[in-house]
Design a protein around this ligand. Structure first.
Ligand SMILES: [Zn+2]
Ligand SMILES: [Zn+2]
Length: 371
């Protein structure tokens, strides 16, 4: 059945979101309709709102939804109406990557997360009262959760216990998974190894909390914002470096003369990444997580890599959400991953203020409340 909902619609690049009444399409096989109660805002939403990245408009963004399943389509067995769920990125389940437990590198990732339509070609929603002429694109990360209701898939709908509130759950779907997964799954540092986090937004602080949990030391946070560095210290950073244009590699080597074992870069800023490569120990690894603006190029001295060093990327923390999100929630509940300290909640209607506060650095992880 088509479902009435309210969605924050992005109608033009760079425009503010407008809350509008919409009608969701009926769900099909393998799909799940979720009543969204909370949705985090991630910098990927901000990037799509700001830059031309090929996504069709008007569109509903939002990819950290949490809520309660309302209905499931034919063939869905792992979740049922009434289940509390966290929504993550979508994957096909059949391609070589998905078959090898790496759904984050799904061959159909773009189709399932960015195409703007459901796989059968339908628009996931229309403007209320406008019928087919009022098509609104969605399916963003297999969800589009800046809305009271979303259509997701069984594969990206993660059933969770009903014991955590939705605002706490929502950021597990992307930002926390991305930052923490890069440390727990991609880099896998041992206790006593050193790690630097460059850029202490929510993803960087998630990486930092994971590294603190694994007892990395020294554990160094780098940012331009002194308040963020104070927060990083309270979350376990042993050292901080205020990025003020001075030689970052030298500042890291002043703390660790032999170089750092692991670096997580969340800035996507060429000179910062270049400086990071100059601070790596032999066999050190630098993982890049940020989607950089179009036209970005990075130059490094290639001889740096000869010391067994590696520069790599990672998507969604190399995590299978069905496995990793319940694991990370357990880590949180054990007091080892206190990401709730990063969250500031906003009523859904204040989505534009929440985005502005995130961009200015006033808040770390805004989470919208839909109920
Ligand atoms: Zn796949
Ligand atoms: Zn994200």
């Amino acid at each position: 059945m088509p479902t009435a909902a309210t969605a924050a619609v992005l109608r033009a690049r760079g425009a503010p979101y407008a809350l509008e009444p919409v009608v969701l399409a009926a769900i099909g096989p393998g799909q799940v309709r979720v009543r969204i109660h909370a949705c985090g805002i991630c910098f990927t939403d901000v990037g799509v709102q700001t830059y031309e990245q090929g996504l069709p408009l008007p569109q509903v963004l939002g990819h950290e939804g949490a809520g309660i399943v309302e209905a499931v389509g034919p063939g869905v067995t792992s979740v049922a109406a009434g289940d509390h769920v966290v929504l993550s990125y979508a994957s096909c389940g059949a391609c070589p990557s998905c078959s090898n437990a790496a759904p984050q590198y799904c061959a159909n990732f773009m189709l399932l997360n960015y195409a703007g339509r459901l796989p059968d070609g339908r628009a996931p929603m229309v403007a209320a009262g406008q019928g087919e002429g009022g098509e609104i694109f969605g399916g963003f990360f297999g969800q589009s959760s800046f809305a009271t209701h979303a259509i997701a898939y069984e594969r990206n709908t993660v059933k969770v216990a009903a014991s955590l509130d939705f605002a706490t759950l929502a950021p597990f779907g992307c930002g926390m998974q991305t930052g923490a997964g890069t440390v727990y799954n991609s880099l896998k540092p041992r206790a006593g190894q050193s790690l630097v986090v460059m850029g202490t937004g929510s993803v960087g602080l998630a990486a930092l909390m994971a590294a603190a949990d694994l007892e990395c030391t020294p554990l160094i946070a780098v940012d331009r914002n002194p308040d963020r560095l104070a927060l990083a210290t309270s979350l376990g950073a042993t050292h901080t470096i205020l990025a003020d244009g001075a030689d970052l590699a030298a500042a890291i080597r002043a703390i660790i003369p032999t170089g750092v074992d692991y670096i997580v870069d969340t800035t996507g800023v060429g000179p910062v990444i270049r400086a990071g490569t100059g601070a790596l120990a032999s066999r050190g690894q630098l993982a890049m997580l940020a989607v950089t603006p179009p036209g970005t190029e990075i130059s490094i001295n290639p001889n740096i890599l000869l010391g067994g060093r590696a520069l790599r990327g990672a998507v969604e923390g190399d995590a299978d959400p069905q496995v990793f999100i319940p694991w990370l929630i357990a880590r949180h509940r054990a007091g080892r991953f206190p990401h709730d300290r990063l969250i500031t909640t906003y009523p859904f209607a204040e989505i534009n203020a929440a985005v502005a506060d995130m961009k200015s650095g006033k808040v770390v992880k805004p989470v919208l409340l839909m109920d």
